[in-house]
Design a protein around this ligand. Structure first.
Ligand SMILES: NC(=O)c1ccc[n+]([C@@H]2O[C@H](COP(=O)([O-])OP(=O)(O)OC[C@H]3O[C@@H](n4cnc5c(N)ncnc54)[C@H](O)[C@@H]3O)[C@@H](O)[C@H]2O)c1
Length: 444
């Protein structure tokens, strides 16, 4: 059993802190957001993540998981002083794509001012290469008196929507440090997971995270580019991806053509890596193409809607007088995270064209409501369909997989379906009487 402090109770901090507690460690999660901590202490979670609520409550009941606003309580508890302090605060996009490190800086400063004994400070946040050294400088500079510490980089690879399973069954654990002993101590924490552990220097560990996300984003943009060529040449990208994916050198994962990547990680991480390259005088041509293709994918869907239901008259804007329904608002299924959501972006483009928008999402509606204006948020899919000139499938939620399309068709003004996730079969939808467009499904 280890005593652990986790700084930040977002998707990463809350999930990893809870998983560490579930593995038998004593964990105190700290946040500066008072409402978040008060709610967590009542068992109310700030995020939607399948299975997390039950796991949090169970570990709170066992006394292994606690939430606090106080770094002192988390780090210096007399009975169980923390030997490891994980930083899991946000690193959002800053100016020119550079990662904004203000939360990491604040966390490092407060750790330095608070720690009364030797600790290992572990960076779980995704941070630019060199941040580990920078954190060490900050801590040294802010300590009221010198106390030994180590900095370890331990990037997190969990996916929202599958975070617990990813946390408990990671493909690998990456630990970067200048002090092998410190990395080995953190490795002990992960031993029960029986995952490969890769120990590197700090900068290499930080780079592994960016390179991994950039590669996955590249796979997505690659298949989206192929989907556009498929559309032009009459091939079906779903079958192309299946045919490619059986090749072990390629693999099937991340070869789903659709609306491009969104969410809180890939967009900002690809930008941050490109920014790091640019300031070193390198020209990250591939990363730039990945980002351009990704943005174009959203535009391409809007163009399909325009082509199918748009006004031709010069006196009207393209979608004036048209109602478009969006099924799904989250950037992917099983999350309520609305950061860089493709459906939200698409809604804004459609609104700029004059369309009226109706929408429904199984869990992201509250968060979406804060970002969207003039959108009618509906009870369910059927409520959305009423009076629509077109429906867009924006998020591949399970509950959208088996809908009553006869009923939906009867409720719509025009049976037009633009499937941004290739969730449906073109021939089936055509037989049901829909005008259907998927992504890269040339024969649709
Ligand atoms: N979300 C993901 O799927 C994911 C996956 C892998 C890595 N990451 C990375 O992990 C990091 C955290 O991401 P997230 O999605 O969990 O962020 P988040 O925005 O969901 O949560 C961050 C939390 O940190 C808190 N915080 C900010 N400053 C603080 C401070 N000084 N002290 C204490 N708490 C503070 C915030 O109040 C918030 O609760 C980011 O660097 C992200 O890139 C995220």
């Amino acid at each position: 059993m280890k005593n652990i402090a986790v700084i930040g109770t977002g998707y990463v901090g809350l999930v990893t802190g809870t998983c560490f507690a579930d593995l038998g460690n004593r964990v105190v999660c700290v946040d500066i957001n008072e409402e978040r901590i008060n709610n967590l202490n009542k068992g109310i979670l700030p995020i939607y993540e399948p299975g997390l609520e039950e796991m949090v409550r169970r570990n709170m009941a066992s006394g292994r998981l606690n939430f606090s606003l106080s770094y002192d309580e988390a780090i210096n508890n007399a009975d169980s002083p923390a030997e490891m302090v994980f930083i899991a605060v946000g690193t959002p996009e800053g100016v020119d794509g550079e990662a904004d490190l203000r939360y990491v800086r604040a966390a490092a400063e407060t750790i330095a001012e608070t720690m009364k004994h030797q600790v290992i400070i572990i960076n779980k946040s995704t941070v630019p290469v060199g941040t580990g050294d920078w954190v060490a400088d900050i801590v040294r500079g802010k300590q009221p008196e010198p106390i030994a510490f180590d900095v370890v980089s331990n990037p997190e690879f969990l996916r929202e929507g599958a975070a617990i399973s990813d946390c408990m069954n990671p493909d690998r654990i990456v630990l970067g440090s200048l002090n092998r002993d410190a990395a080995n101590k953190v490795a002990q924490l992960y031993m029960p997971l029986r995952a490969p552990i890769i120990v590197t220097d700090l900068r290499t560990a930080e780079m592994i995270k960016y390179a991994s996300n950039a590669f996955l984003a590249t796979k997505i943009s690659f298949i989206n580019e192929i989907s556009n060529i498929c559309e032009a040449l009459g091939a079906d990208v779903k079958e192309v991806a299946a045919g490619m994916g059986y090749d072990k050198r390629i693999g099937r994962a991340f070869l789903d053509a659709g609306l491009g990547y969104g969410g809180s990680c890939f967009p900002k991480d690809v930008k941050a890596l490109a920014h790091m390259a640019n300031i070193q005088g390198k020209h990250p041509q591939l990363l730039e193409a990945v980002m351009t293709i990704n943005t174009d994918q959203r535009r391409s869907l809007v163009n399909k809607v325009r082509g199918l239901i748009g006004n031709n008259g010069a006196h009207l804007s393209k979608l004036e007088g048209k109602t478009v329904g969006m099924l799904g608002l989250a950037f992917k299924a099983n999350t309520d995270d609305m950061r860089e959501s493709q459906p939200v972006d698409i809604i804004r483009m459609l609104q700029a064209d004059g369309a009226q928008i109706k929408a429904y999402d199984p869990v992201a509606m509250d968060n979406a409501g804060k970002q969207l204006q003039n959108v009618k948020l509906c009870e369910d899919v059927y409520d959305v369909a009423v009076g629509c000139d077109a429906l867009i499938l924006g998020t591949e939620w399970n509950e959208f997989k088996n809908l009553d399309w006869h009923r939906i068709k009867g409720l719509m003004r025009k049976p037009v379906l633009v499937d941004g996730r290739n969730l449906y079969e073109p021939a089936v939808m055509r037989d049901l009487g829909f005008t259907y467009r998927g992504v890269g499904r040339g024969y649709a």
